[in-house]
Design a protein around this ligand. Structure first.
Ligand SMILES: Nc1ncnc2c1ncn2[C@@H]1O[C@H](COP(=O)(O)OP(=O)(O)OP(=O)(O)O)[C@@H](O)[C@H]1O
Ligand SMILES: [Mg+2]
Length: 123
């Protein structure tokens, strides 16, 4: 199992969510974060003073999937998150030791995602 972690623009989330759901990956988490990339800061002039913002708002997407599903999920995120401009974000793939569905006590890859489009559509 792997966790795909991506720092993306807010606008990229909806198309990513929609495609992942269609592909059978309905389960994910989003956190609003602030971060800095290699440009470090953006300077703007406000009432005659130069102000530098060191942190930019981003969304952090977390999606745990089976090893074999990593290329599919990574491809979907990259395709929708890329505009070609600086600040498009970063994506990391992390190892995951174990997963449990708390309600049932099930563990392992079976707990992760619905690959069947019908079960993905259920509440
Ligand atoms: N190495 C990193 N570790 C943790 N978070 C990161 C890392 N690099 C980028 N981020 C997160 O991703 C966001 C977007 O980064 P950004 O796209 O600016 O990366 P970059 O390396 O500067 O690439 P670019 O030149 O395309 O802007 C950052 O604001 C931060 O939240
Ligand atoms: Mg940057």
């Amino acid at each position: 199992m792997k966790m795909v972690v991506a720092y993306i623009r807010h606008e990229a989330f909806e198309p990513i969510r929609s495609e992942l759901l269609e592909l059978g990956f309905p389960s994910l988490s989003i956190t609003e974060v602030k971060g800095s990339g290699r440009q470090k800061g953006i300077t703007e002039r406000y009432r005659g003073t130069d102000l530098t913002h060191y942190l930019r708002p981003k969304l952090k997407l977390e999606c745990v999937v089976a090893d074999g599903d990593v290329p599919t999920v990574v491809d979907a995120v990259l395709r929708h998150a890329r505009t070609g401009a600086v600040g498009d974000g970063k994506l990391f793939v992390l190892p995951v030791e174990q997963a449990y569905r708390i309600r049932t006590g099930e563990s392992g890859e079976d707990t992760l995602q619905a690959h069947d489009a019908t079960s993905a559509a259920l509440p």
